[in-house]
Write a protein that binds this ligand. Sequence first.
Ligand SMILES: Cc1cc2nc3c(=O)[nH]c(=O)nc-3n(C[C@H](O)[C@H](O)[C@H](O)COP(=O)(O)O)c2cc1C
Length: 216
Amino acid sequence: MENKLHDYRKSYEKASLIRENLNENPIQQFRTWFYDVEKFGGVDEANAMTISTIGEDGFPKSRIVLLKFYDENGFVFYTNYESEKGKALLNNPNTCLSFFWPNTERQVIIKGVAEKVPEHVSDNYFASRPKGSQLGALVSNQSNVIKNRQVLEEELNALEKKYANEEVPRPKNWGGFLVRPESIEFWQGRPNRLHDRFLFTKSDSGYDWKIERLAP
Ligand SMILES: Cc1cc2nc3c(=O)[nH]c(=O)nc-3n(C[C@H](O)[C@H](O)[C@H](O)COP(=O)(O)O)c2cc1C
């Protein structure tokens, strides 16, 4: 059956975003919107976000990771530091995170600068993960070419035996990145493509935020 993509059309009618209702603090605004996703329901992983990096080959690349923590300092996710994204961020920490929440017809785009979280923060988070996920992190040299799936399964079996009665240590090449935001854009779908967009940009002092409305 032919997919008539030009007939995919949707009017965004669920909400609006006006200046008076915006929180002056974009992290608080993000928190409100995040709770709304949970409240409306129907989105499985509200914390799934796209992260774009600039690779050493000069190309941007985007993929999904899971937001695990956020506060005034920024947004934290966990990965392999030697993966393609890990190497990209360590070489060029400028990055972009974005969320699309279809149930509330909203998008958030965060530009920022990534840094490794302190070792003890990664240790604590790693220790909180189920054993299967911990072993998975040990098994996978994320983003490297492998011969087949069997290689992974054999390695997992061996590690399951090795750590049957022991705690799994965090691999040193696995941990968190904190993305400190420089700008945060909030996008609310509206009818007739006249969407609401507000851009928060961090002031030079780094303490407050300039707020501007953008054309849709
Ligand atoms: C829903 C979802 C959640 C994911 N969460 C993570 C994550 O938190 N950390 C991670 O390293 N990869 C995660 N991945 C896998 C990444 O998208 C990606 O395949 C992997 O990190 C390798 O990316 P890279 O080769 O560009 O570094 C997730 C994928 C999906 C679809």
